[in-house]
Design a binder for this molecule. Sequence first.
Ligand code: SF4
Length: 254
Amino acid sequence: MRVYSIIGATRNIGKTRIIEQLIKEFKERGIPVTVIKHTEKDLDMEGKDTYRFMKTGAEKTIALTPNGATIFTREKSLEKVLEKYVEKRGIILVEGLKRSKYPKIVIVEVIDEIDKLKFEGKLLAIVVKNNLKKYAIRGKPIYRIDEIGKIADLIENTALKETLKCMGGLNCGLCGYKSCKDYAKAIIHGDDWEGKCKLKYRVKLEIDGREIQIKPYVEYVLFNIIDGYVKTLKGYTPKFKEVKVKIEDAEANT
Ligand code: SF4
């Protein structure tokens, strides 16, 4: 998933403003944005029906209004919220949550603040509100707060690279797109969902140590036969890194 967190060195430094501008910019580019806002305050209000339903023990309550729906859930983990409620397409921006594992765009008044700021996850870029001309640190891009187009370019290009990493890289066309890049772009532009790459898992065939070249479609068929079988076995984990199947001549090894 393409999740990027916008955090600030201080409160009211402009996180919301930047996110608003990024939404506008991405909208013009045809990229749908989902925003997750971290807040300490509970949004459900005591006395409201939704509050009462949750208080009574509902797992989640959805308020439907003419302007949209609001979901109240007991889920507190960002990962779970992403997994359960966010579509696997477009770009996801998180406001706040310094401790999340996702790449960070950090807004600071002056660059020195970056060293005092404690956060987890990779630093993607720094956005500075004041003069930045003398700064170039950690080899990370530094932008002025009004350089929204450049910040959006960075996020879009990073999203494209990250999406491509989850694909087989063969440009085989089995997903219905001419190339992996076309499929990745379709996901980022919200025209398709993740998970259609037929060759996310690569199959390697060796006979007596000699690698045999197999076509993408054959890889796909072999993968499905092996995966279809091993997934019925005890000990199978869906997100495996490697499965080895070895065929040996029993006589040759005695
Ligand atoms: S199926 Fe996977 S490897 Fe083949 S073009 Fe699509 S994304 Fe690329």
